[in-house]
Ligand binder design. Structure first.
Ligand code: HEC
Length: 113
């Protein structure tokens, strides 16, 4: 009986620790993992881990930021120079060129979800 109780405790501890470390993001294709990592590092503090916005920060998954209305070049410029209104500060020092490409790939993926 004692052993059984011990097992229950170990099991529930395992469960708790798993749910605590689980990230909010869903499973994504491998080739997007780098973009996701960089997005989490540079953009998520303001735009949320899945681009769903936070407070006054816009949702990047909304239609007005889809490719047809907001091109990859515009995203790149926004990242490098900040937004036109300057509400978003430039992130130039925090990202390399290659990382921007990966971030954009990840944003485009989020927009299809
Ligand atoms: C310090 C907070 C902050 C960080 C970090 C940040 N953003 Fe923003 N972002 C904002 C805010 C605030 C706005 C709204 C700006 C506005 O309305 O002019 C915005 C707007 C945008 C827009 C829309 C620009 C427009 O002209 O409407 C894009 C695209 C964007 N962010 C992408 C990114 C990406 C990609 C990253 C990471 C590389 C990032 N942002 C990092 C705060 C941030």
């Amino acid at each position: 009986m004692k052993y059984f109780c011990f097992q229950i405790i170990v099991l529930s501890l395992l469960l708790v620790s798993c749910s605590a470390t689980a990230k909010p993001d869903k499973v994504i294709p491998d080739e997007l993992k780098e973009g996701q990592k960089q997005f989490q590092r540079v953009c998520a503090s303001c735009h949320g881990p899945e681009g769903i916005g936070r407070g006054k920060t816009p949702k990047l998954i909304q239609k007005k930021f889809f490719m047809e209305s907001f091109s990859n070049e515009e995203i790149t410029t926004t990242i490098l120079k900040g937004s036109k209104s300057r509400k978003m500060p430039p992130q130039k020092r925090r990202v390399k060129e290659g990382e921007i490409k990966e971030i954009i790939k990840y944003i485009r993926y989020l927009q299809t979800q």
